[in-house]
Design a protein around this ligand. Structure first.
Ligand code: AMP
Ligand code: MG
Length: 405
């Protein structure tokens, strides 16, 4: 019952606990348009070469370089234009000696041609063309397989699919990719004092913000978030909300109702029902819970907005990224000089919201350590991690940063 009976974890230990709740997500084939930011789950082998055939890199004239040798501004070489080859044409005739074919960028090179003269170096003629410069054999040609050779791997399993990777998949004719599917995450806030943004604010109430922040954070890493209508501090209503929606979700994230107060709805509803409430030696965000309710993974975050956001950042975000198949699940870290002195509780890891300068030389805390200071969090670009065991940071001391931008 008392806090002393709760198990205690360091932030690193608790990160592993939450990661263990979320096994790798199943692999499915998704159309390219739905793959942005997801992780490729198998190698992609190209069926076609890129370019798939020899073609022109310029609008101009396909020639034999030998036929225009010696051409200059003052003594152009004039050739009959024997054919016209727009992009997409397939019945391309060979280039006879002493002739030119007008050709467009991307159009197939006629057999026999070994160079393209760009249109700017000609008079642009359609019956005959006056060519004002000589060209080296091979000029302005794109050769088959120059970029990709058919039968080779173009994208490795584990690659994060950004715009260039999606473009490449399409370029080799692949319309859907095997990826770990996005996690389906339910977000449920609790608190009888909560009111939705946009509604009038009665005395003693506050606007609900955790579900908005947490759902956005889920989507940012590639998850599908469903925000459930927040519930008052009432065990029956809380349980009913879960029962109604749990269906096919991978994870439920709750906020609020897990600390030491009298109306801790999440703790009251889920203690003994698959969720263990614990203490993590950090500030803010000490009271935490996690477990499984009827097979659904559940993470119960504290209600203070900065605690909830920080808990997501430290525990849930890496777990979701890991389940999606990302290998890099942690934020980049750096070290910088603290611009000011800071006190920290000696027996906990403290996370301070802060801004670092452009050169990552100096860092300045934004606002105090209070877990209700959401505007300070929103104005920050990093967290300062003051380790367990350090009670005092002096101005000028080097500190560890977790970079958020
Ligand atoms: P709790 O963990 O439920 O005791 O909540 C701690 C503090 O966070 C209280 O001041 C709550 O009013 C506030 N809080 C809890 N949930 C939310 C929420 N969803 N949005 C904004 N503030 C919240
Ligand atoms: Mg509450």
């Amino acid at each position: 019952m008392a806090n002393t009976s709760k198990r205690t974890f360091s932030p690193e230990e608790y990160r592993a606990e939450i990661a263990a709740l979320l096994p790798p997500l199943p692999i499915e084939s998704r159309p390219l348009a739905d793959c942005l930011g997801l992780v490729l789950a198998a190698d992609v082998v190209a069926d076609v070469s890129l370019p798939p055939f020899d073609n022109s890199a310029m609008d101009g004239y396909a020639v034999r370089a030998a036929d225009v040798a010696g051409a200059t501004d003052d003594s152009p070489v004039t050739l009959p234009v024997a054919d016209d080859i727009p992009a997409g044409r397939t019945d391309v005739r060979p280039l006879a000696r002493g002739t030119a074919h007008r050709i467009m960028t991307g159009a197939p090179l006629p057999p026999g041609a070994d160079a393209v003269v760009q249109v700017e170096l000609t008079d642009g003629g359609t019956e005959t063309v006056a060519i004002r410069a000589e060209v080296a054999a091979g000029l302005h040609l794109r050769r088959i397989g120059e970029d990709v050779v058919a039968g080779t791997v173009v994208l490795r399993s584990g690659t994060v699919l950004r715009p260039p990777q999606l473009g490449l998949a399409a370029a080799v004719g692949v319309g859907a990719l095997p990826v770990r599917r996005p996690p389906r995450v339910l977000v449920l806030s609790t608190g009888s004092e909560l009111v939705a943004a946009g509604e009038p604010l009665p005395p003693g109430h506050i606007y609900e913000s955790n579900s908005v922040l947490l759902a956005a954070a889920v989507r940012e890493v590639g998850g599908e978030a469903t925000v459930l209508r927040f519930v008052p501090d009432d065990v029956d209503q809380f349980r009913a909300a879960i029962a109604e929606h749990a269906g096919d979700a991978d994870l439920l994230i709750t906020s609020g109702g897990v600390s030491a107060g009298a109306y801790e709805v999440v703790k009251d509803a889920l203690t003994g029902h698959g969720v263990e409430f614990v203490r993590v030696t950090m500030q803010p965000g000490g009271p935490q819970g996690r477990g499984r309710v009827g097979g659904l993974a559940v993470v119960t975050l504290p209600g203070n907005p900065v605690s909830a956001a920080l808990s997501f950042e430290l525990f849930v975000r890496p777990a979701l990224l890991g389940a999606l198949g990302h290998t890099a699940v942690g934020r980049p870290r750096a070290r910088a000089r603290s611009a000011t002195a800071m006190a920290s509780p000696a027996n906990r890891t403290q996370y301070r919201r802060a801004r670092h300068d452009e050169g990552l030389v100096e860092v300045m805390p934004v606002g105090g350590p209070g877990s209700h200071l959401l505007a300070s969090f929103a104005a920050s670009n990093c967290l300062i991690e003051i380790p367990d065991g350090v009670g005092q940071v002096r101005a000028g001391d080097e500190v560890e940063l977790i970079l958020l931008d």
